[in-house]
Design a protein around this ligand. Structure first.
Ligand SMILES: NC(=O)c1ccc[n+]([C@@H]2O[C@H](COP(=O)([O-])OP(=O)(O)OC[C@H]3O[C@@H](n4cnc5c(N)ncnc54)[C@H](OP(=O)(O)O)[C@@H]3O)[C@@H](O)[C@H]2O)c1
Length: 265
């Protein structure tokens, strides 16, 4: 299919060649193609290696997009709503895979903005009312996005969006990249906010050299009124194991063999 990537940063430079290697046609959009080729050394190296990735302007890249394909938003987070709004008409009817994170790097310590009461994914969907925005991959370092095995075989990637067909198309692409556990917690509203938080935690851990987190997607159970021995709410006997990544009383291996409880695309 045809994949249009908006942005020439690290995410584009890693995803675009991965899409090419899967056999997709890729068009890249940037603010000013000449400036990008002159000043963005890393992108120029990529476009020299893959001449088909020579960038177009944002409007030209959107014009070239096909509704049967995908548009990837890989623009700087704070710039996204204002940069995308003028492209809204051209992006009507398109599936937009949004990987952006709402980091405000203009502050001394990068902060998420918006956060809690809004999310960048929702703001982008408002800026593109005719598009089918699907948020995904933003909880991961760019290097991991096209190479899930870099962090082991049992990691989860989220996607959020309001349109099932759009999520299925993005889910197919994620699986083609090698993601086996594609988790859809459902809907756009409120959901991407938690993804942004997760991205924030992961980034802070990465700066200390900690490996990426395994996401536990099983809901924590509330203690029952009359705890049954061995149940989550029962006081643990002395010497009992702490609940591990597999949930109360379970090992990671046991957890891996249990059926998962939520919808996957
Ligand atoms: N890098 C990571 O590890 C990582 C991980 C998870 C999520 N993300 C998110 O993915 C997105 C892309 O990240 P990145 O690291 O590849 O690149 P980035 O440096 O965050 O963004 C680069 C892109 O943003 C565009 N841009 C910057 N300011 C703009 C403005 N005012 N108007 C329009 N476009 C503007 C640039 O356009 P030009 O091409 O014209 O210069 C460039 O294409 C970001 O939202 C980021 O938060 C990144």
């Amino acid at each position: 299919m045809k994949i249009t990537v908006l942005g020439t940063g690290e995410v584009c430079r890693l995803l675009a060649p991965a899409f090419l290697s899967l056999g997709h046609e890729v068009v890249v959009g940037t603010r000013d193609p000449e400036t990008t080729m002159a000043r963005n050394h890393a992108y120029r190296v990529l476009a020299t290696r893959h001449p088909q990735l020579r960038p177009a302007s944002f409007p030209a890249a959107v014009d070239a997009a096909e509704r049967s394909g995908l548009v990837v938003n890989a623009l700087s987070g704070p710039a996204c709503p204002d940069a995308l709004a003028p492209l809204a008409e051209g992006l009507t009817g398109h599936v937009v895979m949004d990987v952006s994170s709402p980091y405000d790097w203009s502050r001394p310590d990068a902060v998420l903005d918006p956060v809690n009461t809004d999310s960048l994914g929702e703001a982008i969907q408002r800026a593109l009312p005719g598009s089918y925005v699907v948020k995904t991959l933003n909880t991961l370092a760019a290097q991991v996005m096209p190479e899930p095995d870099a962090v082991g075989p049992d990691h989860t990637v989220f996607l959020s969006g309001d349109d099932e067909t759009a999520k299925a198309r993005v889910g197919d692409l994620l699986r083609a990249l090698g993601w086996r556990d594609v988790l859809d917690p459902g809907g756009h509203r409120h959901r991407p906010r938690h993804r942004d938080d997760a991205a924030h935690v992961d980034r802070r851990l990465a700066s200390t050299g900690h490996p990426p987190l395994r996401i536990q997607d099983r809901p924590l159970r509330r203690p029952s009124r009359t705890p049954v021995p061995g149940s989550p709410g029962h006081p643990a006997p002395a010497g009992a194991r702490c609940p591990g990544p597999g949930g109360p009383g379970g090992s990671a291996e046991e957890a891996a063999s249990r059926p998962r409880g939520r919808a996957r695309t």
